[in-house]
Write a protein of this length. Structure first.
Length: 311
C-alpha cells in the first residue's frame, strides 16, 4: 500500500449492510478517496444512482476518473450535515436506498504534511477538513481560553492530563505562535508525565484528535447527518456508519437505540400516532474488523460499524 492510498475500512460488511439493489439510489456521505463508492457503483446497473459528498477539495480533485466519468455517479463538494438539503435539491427525498458514512480522517489527509492532521509529519498546524473555510488549529490555539481548551481536551480527546497540556499550550503561545504540528507535539510531550512519554502511543495523539474534532465541528456534523438520515431514506433503506473513536460510536449507538425504540408512553399500546413510531430498526450488533484486515490496514483497528434500517 502506498503512503497516499486510502483503503476503505470494513468494505465487505458495509456492502452487505447496505443490501445493495442494482437499480437503487445510494449516498456516500464521506467520499474520501472513493473506496466505498467505487465498490458500490460496481454493483449498480444502468438505472442505479450514486451520490458522493465531501467537504475536502483535495478529495474532490483526487476522485478517480472512472467514477467521475460514470453517468450514474455525481460528486458534490459539501458537508455531510447538508445531507437533507442536497438530497431535496435533487428531488430524492425518501428515495435513497442506502447511506454510508466513514467518519474521521482519511489516510491521504494524514499522509500530507501540509494538511496538519498528523504529528508524524511536521507541517503547518491546520487540521481543517475544508482548508478554504473555518479557523486553522494554529489560530484556534492562539486565541482559545485555557478553561475552554481543558474542556475540549477532556471531552473530545478523553485526555487525562488535559489541564497540564492546556497550561503548557497557553504558556508556549505567549512566547511564539504554535504554527507547526511538530511544535504542538513537542509541547504536549514535554507537558505530560515521564511515564506517559514512555508509552508506545504518542502522548499527543488525544490532543490532536480533540483539536481536530473541535475546529471541524465533527460531532455537530455527526448529529446533523444522523438526524437527517431518517428523512432521506426510503422504507427499507439502510444506514451504515463507521466510527473510529468512542465519542462517535456512542453517539451512533445512542441515536439508533433511541430512534428504534417506542416512546415510553406508548409502549405496549395497540396504536400510536405515526410521528411517534420508531423510524429505524437496528441491524445486528456492532461490527469490527477481523484479524486479517487489522493486520493489513492499521486504520481498521479502531473501526466500528453500526447498521440500521428505515422502517
Amino acid at each position: 500500500m502506498s503512503s497516499n492510498e486510502h483503503v476503505p475500512v470494513l468494505l465487505g460488511p458495509v456492502l452487505d449492510g447496505l443490501d445493495i439493489k442494482k437499480d437503487g439510489c445510494y449516498v456516500d456521505g464521506t467520499f474520501g478517496r472513493g473506496g466505498h463508492s467505487g465498490e458500490i457503483l460496481k454493483r449498480l446497473n444502468s438505472d442505479g444512482r450514486l451520490i458522493g459528498i465531501d467537504r475536502d477539495p483535495d478529495a474532490i480533485a483526487s476522485a478517480p476518473q472512472s467514477l467521475t466519468d460514470d453517468p450514474r455517479f455525481e460528486l458534490i463538494r459539501g458537508e455531510s450535515a447538508q445531507l437533507k438539503k442536497l438530497i431535496e435539491e435533487r428531488h430524492l427525498n425518501k428515495q435513497v436506498d442506502g447511506l454510508i458514512f466513514d467518519l474521521g480522517v482519511s489516510s491521504p489527509q494524514l499522509d500530507e504534511a501540509h494538511r496538519g492532521f498528523s504529528f508524524l509529519r511536521d507541517g503547518p498546524l491546520d487540521m481543517r477538513m475544508d482548508p478554504d473555510s473555518g479557523t486553522s488549529a494554529s489560530d484556534f490555539l492562539q486565541h482559545v481560553e485555557q478553561k475552554k481548551l481543558i474542556r475540549i481536551l477532556r471531552q473530545f480527546g478523553e485526555e487525562t492530563h488535559a489541564s497540564r497540556i492546556a497550561r503548557a499550550i497557553c504558556d508556549a503561545r505567549v512566547v511564539a505562535p504554535i504554527a507547526s504540528t511538530g511544535q504542538l507535539a513537542a509541547i504536549v510531550e514535554n507537558a505530560v508525565p515521564a511515564k506517559v512519554r514512555a508509552q508506545k502511543k504518542h502522548p499527543a495523539t488525544k490532543t490532536f484528535q480533540a483539536i481536530r474534532i473541535a475546529i471541524n465541528g465533527e460531532l455537530e456534523q455527526l448529529e446533523a447527518l444522523l438526524n437527517q438520515s431518517v428523512d432521506v431514506l426510503k422504507e427499507g433503506g439502510r444506514l451504515c456508519v463507521i466510527s473510529f473513536h468512542s465519542l462517535e460510536d456512542r453517539m451512533v449507538k445512542r441515536f439508533i437505540r433511541n430512534t428504534s425504540s417506542e416512546p415510553e408512553q406508548y409502549r405496549g399500546m395497540p396504536t400510536m400516532p405515526d410521528e411517534f413510531r420508531p423510524k429505524l430498526k437496528a441491524i445486528g450488533k456492532v461490527i469490527v474488523a477481523n484479524d486479517e484486515e487489522t493486520t493489513s490496514n492499521r486504520r481498521a483497528r479502531s473501526a466500528r460499524l453500526r447498521i440500521a434500517e428505515r422502517t
